[in-house]
Design a protein around this ligand. Structure first.
Ligand code: ADP
Length: 294
């Protein structure tokens, strides 16, 4: 039996001529916390909406709990919690009413957790939802999603409205609460610092595909910057297998690669009669290297 909670195969989505997902494959096993990282406009929201059946694929398949996303049963939908980027609440309801109203739909509603979070996150129960700040609304939407204890939690830029300092800590809190071994979490972000020490796995979206997918330590082991210092001038350009970006100047070159291994280093040393130093990169640097930014 396939234990993938989410499975996209050859997923393709266009808006008119604009290809947003281009034959994308992606699978998330049960119990993992996956951070979906990509620049603004890379297609993260589109991907999440396709999973939930809010948009329809042009080609390929999208499945959640083995069911076609476009045709999810009520049972599957009840297992999914989704907090979109544009949050819509019943603005005229007071927070207290809104919580009570939502709780009524869900037998497994965790009122203790909801109470604890509204206290901790200082969401005023007596305020009308429509009068909350953007950040408070986002917190309330997350509380509403956590309250019914979904098996799969999908969060679209969940910390976007928070100040930079609070972002990662707040995200960590959400994930701690939400995670037990059977629960799966997928959240999107365009900020790399949201992810370090938060996600089990990181998926980087680029050019309509999942360009890289794995745990942070593995990514950091694979993606390195090679500093090449040759005994004589290097050619203006040369190709290194797995190259992400290179900068060549005189006898020196900086080449970032997605598959650093000792053999590659030896090969470069002998080809260019060079000293090659392997440098570690932070996730931020990896992301920038992948997007060819200096
Ligand atoms: P992200 O969430 O990574 O910022 P999106 O999935 O929101 O990216 O958008 C990906 C691309 O698809 C963007 O160029 C956006 O303008 C385009 N797009 C998204 N939704 C629509 C739509 N309904 N109609 C036309 N273009 C869209």
């Amino acid at each position: 039996m396939n234990s993938a909670v989410i499975q996209l195969v050859n997923a393709t989505k266009k808006f008119k001529d604009h290809v947003v997902l281009d034959g994308l494959d992606f699978e998330i096993p049960q119990g993992s916390v996956v951070g979906l990282l990509g620049k603004n406009g890379s297609g993260k929201t589109t991907l999440l909406k396709l999973l939930l059946g809010l948009l329809k694929l042009d080609a390929g398949t999208s499945k959640v709990y083995g069911e076609d996303s476009w045709d999810l049963s009520a049972n599957a939908k009840a297992r999914i919690g989704y907090v979109p980027q544009e949050i819509q609440l019943y603005d005229w309801m007071k927070v207290r009413q809104l919580l009570k109203y939502t709780a009524a739909f869900y037998p497994a509603w965790d009122s203790q957790l909801v109470q604890k979070l509204t206290d901790e996150w200082e969401v005023d129960l007596e305020k009308k939802a429509g009068l909350l700040s953007v950040g408070q609304k986002q917190k309330l939407a997350i509380i509403l999603a956590l309250g019914y204890q979904p098996d799969l939690l999908i969060l679209d830029e969940p910390v976007a409205s928070l100040d930079p300092v609070a972002r990662r800590e707040f995200l960590r809190t959400i994930l701690d609460i939400a995670q037990d071994e059977s629960r799966t979490i997928l959240f999107s972000t365009h900020i790399t610092s949201d992810l370090e020490r938060v996600a089990d796995r990181i998926a980087v979206m680029k050019e309509g595909q999942i360009a890289t997918y794995g745990n942070l330590d593995d990514l950091k082991d694979q993606i390195k910057r090679l500093r090449i210092v040759s005994s004589s001038d290097l050619p203006e350009s040369f190709v290194v297998p797995g190259e992400l970006r290179s900068e060549i100047s005189g006898r020196q070159a900086l080449v970032s690669v997605n598959n650093s291994d000792p053999q590659l280093v030896e090969q470069l040393q002998s080809t260019w009669d060079a000293q090659v130093t392997v440098e570690d990169l932070s996730l931020e640097e990896i992301f920038l290297e992948m997007h060819h930014v200096k």
